[in-house]
Unconditional design. Structure first.
Length: 362
C-alpha cells in the first residue's frame, strides 16, 4: 500500500475560499473604518481651522478703531508714508479692488484699521504752528519719535483727505516735528496712531484665509495675490467669509444695533453708529471623499435684516454659495465636509465714544 501525504485539491480550494472570504471581510472592515476615520479627522481639521481663523479675525476687529474714533477724524482718508491711501474706519467690508484686491468668488474681504498709541483717541489740541512742519501741542510728552501722526483742522475738511506722517520729538519734549506738515491747523488736533498702526486686509484666496499688512505691502496689486510673503496664509481650507455691519439707525443713538447689512457708512456719524460686525467663516475637511458627501448647493448662516429699535434684530438665512470653491482635479466641492462658524463681534472702541458722538451732533 502506498500512502500519500498533503492536501487534496478539494481541500486546497476550500481553504482558498475561506481565506478569500476572510480577506474580503477584513478589507470591508478596513474600508469602513478608514471612511469613519477620514470623516472624523476631516471634521476635526475643519473645526481647528475655523476656530483659529475666527479667533484671529475677532481679535483684530475688537481692537479696530483705536486712536481713530474721534468724531472729527473717523471716516476720513489718510495717505500713509508709503504712499497708499486708506480709510480711517475701524472695519471696511468689501473695499474696492483699488484698495483690497478681491478674493475667491462668493467671499468677502475686510480691511481692519487700528493704532497702537497710548495717547488720547480724541487727539491733542494744536496750540501753535510756528512753521508748517512744527506743531506745539497741549501734551507733547504723549508723542514719541517715529510715531505716526495725523494733523487735522478744527473744522473737518470736505472731502476729508489727510496725511499720516512720522513724527520727530526731540528732548526735552516741547514740539512735534514732521517732514511736510499741514498749514492752518492751529486749534485743530494732532492724532497719534502710534509707531506701528495695524492696517490689515483679510481675503480668502485659493480656499485659504490670508492677511496682508498695508503698512508693508500694496494689498490692491493683483500681481501679488499669489505671493505668500504679501498675502500671508493663516489657515487652509477656509472656503468662504461673509460679513455685515451692525448699525444703529434710529435718531436716539442708543447704541443698540437695529440693522445688520452690507451698506458701508459714508459719513462720520454713520461710522460712529456702526458698533458691531456679524461674520461667518466656512471651513471644509482637509481630505476629499468619494462619493459625494453632501447634496445641498448652499450653506446657510444667520444674516440680518432691520428691526424695531430696542428689539433683537430679526435674522434671516443668507446663503453662502460653494459651487465655485477651488478643489483638486477629479473632485467637486461636494466631496468635502463643511463646518460653519459665525459670531457677532462688538467694536468696543466705538462704544467708548458714544457720548462724544451725541455731543458732535450725530
Amino acid at each position: 500500500m502506498i500512502l500519500t501525504r498533503g492536501f487534496s485539491l478539494i481541500e486546497i480550494m476550500v481553504a482558498m475560499v475561506i481565506g478569500l472570504l476572510g480577506v474580503l471581510v477584513i478589507m470591508q472592515v478596513f474600508a469602513l473604518f478608514e471612511g469613519q476615520k477620514r470623516t472624523t479627522s476631516g471634521g476635526a481639521d475643519a473645526q481647528n481651522n475655523g476656530v483659529i481663523s475666527l479667533y484671529g479675525i475677532e481679535r483684530d476687529i475688537r481692537q479696530s478703531g483705536w486712536n481713530l474714533t474721534a468724531p472729527n477724524l473717523i471716516g476720513c482718508n489718510a495717505t500713509l508714508p508709503n504712499g497708499f491711501t486708506i480709510p480711517l474706519a475701524p472695519v471696511t467690508i468689501n473695499p474696492a479692488d483699488s484698495l483690497v484686491y478681491h478674493g475667491d468668488p462668493n467671499t468677502d474681504t475686510l480691511l481692519v484699521v487700528y493704532g497702537n498709541s497710548n495717547g488720547a483717541s480724541e487727539g491733542d489740541v494744536i496750540n501753535a504752528q510756528l512753521v508748517t512742519n512744527q506743531y506745539a501741542v497741549a501734551t507733547p510728552t504723549a508723542f514719541n519719535t517715529n510715531d505716526l501722526v495725523v494733523a487735522e483742522p478744527k473744522t473737518r475738511p470736505s472731502p476729508c483727505s489727510l496725511n499720516m506722517e512720522a513724527a520727530t520729538v526731540p528732548l526735552p519734549k516741547v514740539n512735534v516735528y514732521v517732514t511736510t506738515g499741514v498749514t492752518g491747523v492751529i486749534t485743530g488736533s494732532l492724532f497719534n496712531m502710534g509707531s506701528r498702526p495695524r492696517i490689515l486686509a483679510y481675503a480668502i484666496r485659493n480656499a485659504t484665509l490670508t492677511v496682508c499688512d498695508y503698512m508693508s505691502n500694496n494689498c490692491a496689486d493683483p500681481g501679488l495675490t499669489s505671493d505668500s510673503t504679501v498675502w500671508v496664509p493663516i489657515a487652509d481650507n477656509i472656503v468662504s467669509m461673509r460679513a455685515q455691519y451692525g448699525r444703529d439707525t434710529d435718531t436716539l443713538m442708543d447704541g443698540i444695533v437695529d440693522v445688520y447689512d452690507g451698506v458701508t457708512p459714508t459719513t462720520n456719524c454713520e461710522w460712529l453708529k456702526t458698533s458691531a460686525i456679524a461674520i461667518v467663516l466656512v471651513a471644509r475637511s482637509a481630505q476629499p471623499e468619494k462619493p459625494s458627501v453632501i447634496a445641498t448647493t448652499e450653506v446657510l448662516w444667520a444674516g440680518g435684516t432691520d428691526s424695531v429699535s430696542g428689539v433683537t434684530p430679526v435674522v434671516v438665512a443668507a446663503p453662502i454659495v460653494l459651487t465655485a470653491t477651488p478643489v483638486p482635479t477629479g473632485y467637486t466641492w461636494q466631496n468635502y465636509h463643511y463646518k460653519v462658524f459665525q459670531t457677532i463681534i462688538p467694536m468696543r472702541n466705538i462704544a467708548t465714544v458714544l457720548a462724544v458722538s451725541k455731543a458732535a451732533g450725530c
